[in-house]
Design a binder for this molecule. Structure first.
Ligand code: MFK
Ligand code: FAD
Length: 515
């Protein structure tokens, strides 16, 4: 065929095209919440394919740059970001992507509403959702453990809808010695008594190996006060502000930006703290325990962003399948192509059910409307959700790239980015193995396993003997049976299989009960 040019995939309003999201929210949200949330989501779904999409493309085309010195040799450590990246930050503030959760206007449903916004925002944000995750995590930690004056100082910025007032936060845990295991953290916290705008108690000295969103105004970090014990039990949580009143970095030197596989628009730096004023939050030695409340929020964000990423990949593949012809008919009319896509949709649906189930539990916890059992389930399911959705996002992205054939492998289609960006979901905020072990920690320390088993025994899938649920439930029970007398090392060896079995069983029940 002469002069043939393939038409590329197109997106339309991502709220209107998402019947699963619409039906779920119409079923779950009370009428007054629907009235506000659904029109807001419709508006954001339109932005996701118009202004946001072009800013995201701009942000990806002009990645951040580190400018260490000014023309006269002064150390400035400026990080230059594109106009697109800045505009995406403004959208986040205007649309209340973080603030919506803290308005708590619709009680326990506020988190569901907010996570639905994030789900639409994230795939058109060039991963600006990463700074937002850490902002939300920081807001929660400050809300829970911050002294009143720090709450008054930071929360109005972190929760602002005014782009001029809005702050983002960093979360600096990883050092060269380890990200999964932070026990080797060598950042020292020495006493500090100078006046400071935020009541600094210590000066920090050390190197942080991965710091994303290094243009943030504040960060939460781990450091070891003088005389504290070695290991992670000697670490404390600190609040710091990156710049002083004249916008100079607060004794922070940025070494370089990482050259990463994906997340190209997001600045991720290596930096050193050279006497940076910081304020301790919580008690000495409580650092890991306190930062865990940040992790539990960012892990749910990661899951929702992975979900949005899957939806975007599937939307592109579906549209293309109606346009691309092979062997005389469109791809969608080929039974094998169609069933491949349907299977991916099933995987997506499972992830959707899990994500919003956990988001609702989080919302219930935050307004004090959660039962004791559900609180424990929230604790145990958060790592399971994160590890499961991350792996499914990689699987779906890989299949979608393949569904575009050679075009999927060519950079200017934008499709290879889907696969590159998906990979990070399984690394940051806890790798798959580390999160599987975190689930075991919850089984052991919070007695989550009997509660989970009780939930499965009494759930709708079990009552109705739903075949999909029963198959997963039987294989989970078999696995647990084989571990009943096993040593801790044996549990560790099987932690990953166990985590996936829990996610598969729960998602089958949620689907059987129509969520
Ligand atoms: C697209 C959007 C996505 C988001 C983008 C984010 C950008 C990227 C940012 C990052 O990657 S930030 C770095 C993320 N780093 C991690 O996720 C660290 C992964 N490692 C772990 O999670 C380890 O399990 C951990 C560091 C927590 C292990 O530390 P320890 O010291 O060996 O933990 P230990 O002794 O088991 O636990 C200490 C206390 O914390 C215990 O409480 P008790 O003192 O009462 O016994 C634990 O129960 C508690 N704890 C640990 N994890 C918890 C928790 N509590 C609640 N929830 C948890 N998840
Ligand atoms: P390691 O901890 O060395 O892990 C290596 C491997 O060992 C992994 O596969 C892991 O699963 C496995 N492993 C480790 N322990 C166990 C175990 N007990 N059992 C079984 N397997 C195990 N960190 C921050 O603090 N702030 C940031 O802003 C930030 N931004 C990031 C941005 C990007 C793009 C990336 C890629 C990372 C970022 N990180 C950040 C770092 C990230 O959190 C860590 O890379 C991650 O936690 C893993 O730590 P690590 O790199 O030291 O790997």
């Amino acid at each position: 065929m002469k002069n043939f040019y393939q038409e590329g995939p197109r997106l339309s309003n991502t709220y209107r095209s998402d019947s699963l999201l619409q039906n779920y929210l119409k079923k779950l949200l009370p009428p007054e919440a629907q009235k506000k949330a659904l029109s807001h989501l419709d508006h954001l779904g339109e932005r996701a394919v118009t202004d946001m999409l072009s800013w995201a493309e701009e942000a990806e085309s002009f990645p951040p740059q580190h400018v260490p010195f000014d023309p006269w040799g002064r150390r400035i450590d400026d990080i230059k970001t594109s106009n697109g990246w800045k505009e995406l930050e403004k959208v986040a503030a205007e649309e209340g992507i973080v603030a919506t959760a803290y308005d708590r206007e619709f009680g326990s449903f506020s988190r569901v509403y907010q996570m639905a916004l994030l789900y639409l925002y994230s795939p058109s944000s060039a991963i600006f959702s990463c700074p937002l995750a850490m902002t939300d995590g920081a807001a929660r930690a400050i809300e829970l453990y911050g002294p009143p004056d720090l709450k008054e100082r930071a929360l109005p910025h972190l929760l602002s809808r005014d782009p001029k007032k809005f702050w983002t936060a960093g979360q600096w845990m990883t050092e060269r010695t380890g990200g999964s295991d932070v026990s080797g953290t060598s950042t020292d916290a020495l006493p500090y008594s100078e006046p400071s705008l935020f009541g600094a108690t210590h000066a920090l000295h050390g190197t942080k190996w991965f710091t994303s969103a290094t243009t943030s105004q504040m960060a939460l970090t781990l450091a070891r006060p003088e005389g504290a014990v070695a290991g992670s039990r000697g670490l404390s949580l600190f609040y710091l502000e990156l710049r002083d009143a004249s916008e100079r970095l607060n004794n922070i030197q940025i070494h370089r930006l990482k050259d990463k596989l994906g997340t190209k628009a997001l600045p991720t730096a290596e930096l050193s703290l050279q006497g940076t004023p910081a304020r301790i939050i919580g008690g000495e030695g409580e650092g890991v325990k306190r930062i865990a409340s940040v992790l539990n929020i960012t892990r749910i964000y990661n899951s929702i962003c992975a979900l949005g990423h899957m939806r975007r990949a599937l939307d592109l593949a579906t549209d293309y399948s109606y346009k691309r012809k092979a062997f005389g008919k469109i791809l969608m009319d080929h039974p094998l192509h169609k069933v491949t896509l349907q299977n991916l949709e099933t995987e997506f649906r499972r992830c959707f059910a899990l994500c919003f189930h956990v988001a609702h539990l989080l919302g219930q916890e935050e307004v004090g409307e959660i039962s004791a059992a559900n609180k424990v389930l929230l604790r145990a399911l958060t790592p399971v959700l994160k590890l499961y959705t991350a792996k499914k996002a990689i699987l779906i992205s890989s299949e979608v790239v393949e569904m575009f054939g050679g075009a999927g492998y060519v950079e200017d289609t934008g499709l290879p980015r889907l696969l590159r960006d998906a990979q990070v979901f399984a690394i940051w905020e806890g790798t798959t193995n580390v999160l599987s072990l975190d689930m075991l920690r919850a089984f052991e320390r919070d007695q989550a396993l009997p509660i989970l088993m009780d939930y499965f025994k009494n759930c709708q899938g079990a009552k109705e003997g739903h075949p999909g649920f029963m198959a997963q439930w039987n294989s989970l029970q078999k696995l647990l049976g084989s571990l009943s007398k096993a040593a801790p090392e044996e549990w560790e060896t099987h932690a990953r299989s166990l985590a996936f079995a829990v996610a598969d069983t729960l998602s089958e029940n949620l689907i059987a009960s129509n969520f």
